[in-house]
Design a protein around this ligand. Structure first.
Ligand code: FE2
Ligand code: FE2
Length: 155
C-alpha cells in the first residue's frame, strides 16, 4: 500500500523530477539544515496526501507544492530577506513556467502560497492546503520536529 502511494505520487511529478534544474534546489539552503529541494518535497508530499484524503486535486497539489519555492537563489545571501517573502512566489512562478508546463491551478498554488502576504486570495482550495502545509513544514524544519521521514524518502 505504501509503495502504491509513493508510485502514484511519483507519477504526478515525473516530468518535474526528470529536469536537472529541479535538483539544483538541493544546493540551496531553506530552513536550518534542510535544503530548498527537501523542503519542497516535504510540502509537495504532505499536500498530496491531504488533498487525496479530502478529494481535492492532489495531482496539482503535488506539482504546485514541489515548485512553490522554485526561486533558485540563496535567499539567506540576498540581503533583502524581508522582501524575499513578498517577491519569491512570482519569481518561482516565472522560473517554473520557463521549464515546465503547468495548469492554472498549479500556477495559482505557486503564486499565492504566501497569502495573505500576496494580498489577493485564490479560488482554488488546494492553494490553502499548500499554504498551511508550507507553514507547518517550515516550523518542523526550523525546530527539528519529527524524524524527517518524508525528506528521507526522496533524498
Ligand atoms: Fe515560499
Ligand atoms: Fe516553502
Amino acid at each position: 500500500m505504501k509503495e502504491v502511494v509513493i508510485d502514484e505520487y511519483m507519477d504526478c511529478i515525473c516530468d518535474l523530477v526528470s529536469e536537472e534544474v529541479l535538483w539544483s534546489m538541493s544546493d540551496l539552503p531553506q530552513h536550518a539544515d534542510v535544503s530548498c529541494l527537501n523542503h519542497c518535497f516535504n510540502v509537495s508530499f504532505v499536500s498530496y496526501l491531504i488533498c487525496k484524503r479530502l478529494g481535492f486535486d492532489y495531482r496539482s497539489a503535488a506539482r504546485g507544492g514541489l515548485l512553490h519555492d522554485f526561486f533558485l537563489y540563496n535567499w539567506h545571501e540576498t540581503g533583502i530577506k524581508n522582501i524575499h517573502a513578498v517577491k519569491h512566489p512570482r519569481i518561482a512562478l516565472n522560473n517554473a513556467k520557463k521549464y515546465f508546463i503547468l495548469n492554472k491551478k498549479e500556477e495559482a498554488i505557486i503564486k499565492k502560497h504566501m497569502w495573505p502576504i500576496t494580498i489577493f486570495p485564490s479560488l482554488h482550495k488546494e492553494v490553502y492546503v499548500i499554504m498551511l502545509v508550507d507553514k507547518g513544514c517550515a516550523l518542523m524544519e526550523v525546530f527539528r520536529f519529527g524524524k524527517r521521514k518524508i525528506t528521507d524518502k526522496f533524498s
